[in-house]
Design a binder for this molecule. Structure first.
Ligand SMILES: C[S@@+](CC[C@H](N)C(=O)[O-])C[C@H]1O[C@@H](n2cnc3c(N)ncnc32)[C@H](O)[C@@H]1O
Length: 336
């Protein structure tokens, strides 16, 4: 990736400040969850959360089913419950389609997957419509997701976990620089011998860490996990900054539909517009704080743990036409 013209600046975000009232923080975080989960037809091919699920599936390939996904900075939940739903529905559909008779064969033709005349979807079609010249096969069914944070949001997580058999949470604080061994052991094993690797998720979180904290988190991650993914809705580009303004405008446009039942929220959106202001201000600061894949890799290679055998992959997926991009970095330990 070309080096951004804008240097990285570790400035502060309003939402991180201890003086920022918790009820306003909750409104801002709900706004961020909307950013992850909204799907506007014509402007978005899918929600960003679904894009993360598609990216995990495409990049991890066969090994996607061999992990438990632990969100180490889940905040109020963010996109993880939606990523879980999107990824598991793909995996379960793929498992079901694998069980169909051999006549339902699939082929990849000119970058597009074609199903047989039986109408059964091909593996590639189920995997990801944008997957080019790749047929993805999975080893198994649904995978488990776990929500954790240094400051657990038990109430929101409990509500999310009730909606899925594959989403759980840890109610005590979990520090991503010192992940408890018992927790990693517990989630590395599911059913008997069905051993899972730990895959850490950092959604809209990694840019919050200064270099020392980021190195400490990466060190702990590569010493105790099998892979990790950093997903950001912004980057250090002019288009990233313009997207933040568009997002503020979008919140102003859509708020009555989302919050007609909450005059207090509408007050803080329209009369004293703190919520859109913080979303745009923090969004721009987040752009300036977001690292390129090369910068993350430099931290990884200098974090003090043995990073030999760790492979870094990265990319950008458009989540909002014409400017909004999801940037992702996926690092995995090469199988011994
Ligand atoms: C911006 S919020 C996460 C947002 C959420 N993932 C989302 O997309 O809406 C960043 C989170 O990182 C957590 N955090 C900061 N330092 C941490 C650490 N050392 N270990 C675990 N979590 C940490 C904070 O408590 C906060 O909830």
């Amino acid at each position: 990736m070309a080096k951004p013209l804008i240097p990285r600046m570790h400035l502060w975000e309003i939402d991180d400040q201890p003086w920022f009232p918790p009820f306003l923080r909750a409104y801002v975080q709900t706004g961020l969850t909307h950013a992850w989960t909204t799907h506007i037809p014509l402007l978005q091919s899918s929600s960003p959360a679904t894009l993360v699920a598609n990216t995990l599936r495409r990049v991890l390939g066969n090994s996607v089913s061999r992990h438990t996904y632990i969100d180490f900075c889940a905040g109020a939940g963010g996109p993880t419950p939606f990523i879980e739903r999107a990824l598991n529905s793909q995996l379960v559909r793929a498992t079901t389609s694998r069980a169909v008779p051999a006549t339902a064969s699939s082929a990849v033709v000119g970058g597009e997957s074609k199903a047989s005349s039986t109408g059964t979807p091909s593996y590639a079609a189920v995997a990801n419509p944008s997957t080019k010249n790749t047929v993805v096969h999975d080893d198994g069914g649904a995978v488990d997701f776990v929500l954790t944070d240094l400051h657990p949001h038990v109430e929101s997580w409990e509500a999310a976990a009730k909606k899925s058999d594959h989403l759980t949470y840890v109610s005590s604080p979990v520090d991503a620089t010192h992940a408890p061994t018992h927790l990693l052991r517990k989630y590395a094993k599911t059913n008997g011998n069905d051993k899972k690797g730990i895959f850490r998720l950092f959604n809209l979180a990694f840019h919050h860490f200064d270099d020392d904290l980021a190195r400490a988190i990466l060190k702990d991650t590569i010493e105790t996990s099998d892979g990790f993914g950093i997903f950001e809705l912004q980057d250090r580009s002019p288009s990233g900054i313009i997207t933040c303004f568009l997002f503020g405008f979008f919140i102003l446009l859509i708020a009555p539909l989302l919050y007609w039942w909450s005059p207090v929220r509408l007050f803080y959106i329209y009369i004293v517009p703190i919520v859109p202001f913080v979303l745009v201000f923090d969004g721009i600061i987040s752009c300036l704080r977001t690292r390129t894949p090369e910068e993350v890799e430099l931290l990884l290679r200098t974090c003090g743990a043995d990073s030999d055998g760790w492979v870094v992959q990265s990319g950008r997926e458009q989540f909002l036409w014409p400017l909004g991009n999801l940037s992702w970095i996926i690092c995995t330990k090469r199988a011994a």
